[in-house]
Ligand binder design. Sequence first.
Ligand SMILES: Cc1cc2nc3c(=O)[nH]c(=O)nc-3n(C[C@H](O)[C@H](O)[C@H](O)COP(=O)(O)OP(=O)(O)OC[C@H]3O[C@@H](n4cnc5c(N)ncnc54)[C@H](O)[C@@H]3O)c2cc1C
Length: 297
Amino acid sequence: MAVNSRVLAHRIQLLHAADLSEVLDTLSRYGSRAAVLCGGTDLVVKMKRGVETPEVVINCREVSDVRGIEARADTVQIGAATALETVAGHPLVERDFPVLSAALRSIAGPAIRSMGTLGGNVMNASPAADSVVALLAYRARFHLRSQAGERVVPASEFFVGPGRTVRRPDELLTAVVLDRRGAGVKRRGHFQKVGRVAGDIAKVNVAVVAEREGAAPRWYVALGAVAPTAVRLPAVEALLNRVARLNAALLSDIRQAVAEAIHPIDDVRSTAWYRRRVAGITVADLVAQTWQELEAD
Ligand SMILES: Cc1cc2nc3c(=O)[nH]c(=O)nc-3n(C[C@H](O)[C@H](O)[C@H](O)COP(=O)(O)OP(=O)(O)OC[C@H]3O[C@@H](n4cnc5c(N)ncnc54)[C@H](O)[C@@H]3O)c2cc1C
């Protein structure tokens, strides 16, 4: 097991990037020998444990092109290097994407949330990452830039394993983009984290979002810490999209469908058995709350 040495045990070259072109130029030259640093709340720990040993560390914290929150006509663009605390408390995010705000506020405490960034939480690609569960339920898109240009990847296609994404070594995650609710569309949702103590890494985390334009709502259900990556559950979404009324039988079917769709493991935080049970119950609870709110609208 890797032990945290509390010192950086190998020599690094630290570059404080001034702008995006300097970041992309360095990534293009060093590729996988370079690491991007935004808040460092994951990267520095991994470097002290010897899990990551980059030659060059590119500090992107002051690169203005990848910071801040911008409202456009149909979307909200969140710069990857924007602090978790800033995103969580932004009035636009609180109003239009409350599930994301709630997910971010469940992370650690204010100090870590002020250092850690949204892009860092995404790129760390933990199966339990709280932001990712909300971003999956909102069908976020991730913008990756390299010297070759930009590509946009849906959240549902971004994560390929624990700590692994489709990002190439020469690419920087520049922004997370969310669709604003269209006129006449009602959107409701909830996030819940089950943990050992408040602010801990999740045993299970769940985001449920429903959108209604006309009669039947469309449902989006995402979970963390129940598979090698955070996941959407298409089978559970399809079950919800088929029904017109909420009743006890449906809630029981949801609990069953969630338990069948996930692949949890035993680890230091919980057991597979407990995760399977609590995941189904939590999804059913959040669906019931969301449904009641949609009906009351
Ligand atoms: C005490 C503590 C408690 C925590 N609790 C939680 C919790 O409850 N829930 C939770 O989800 N997380 C938790 N975390 C994890 C952590 O705070 C988050 O993952 C944080 O958001 C990472 O952001 P960062 O800017 O610090 O990333 P960094 O450490 O700077 O980077 C993380 C990784 O992403 C890469 N990277 C960063 N930005 C980019 C980019 N723009 N483009 C490409 N690659 C990039 C880095 O190279 C590195 O591999 C906790 C961490 C600590 C230390």
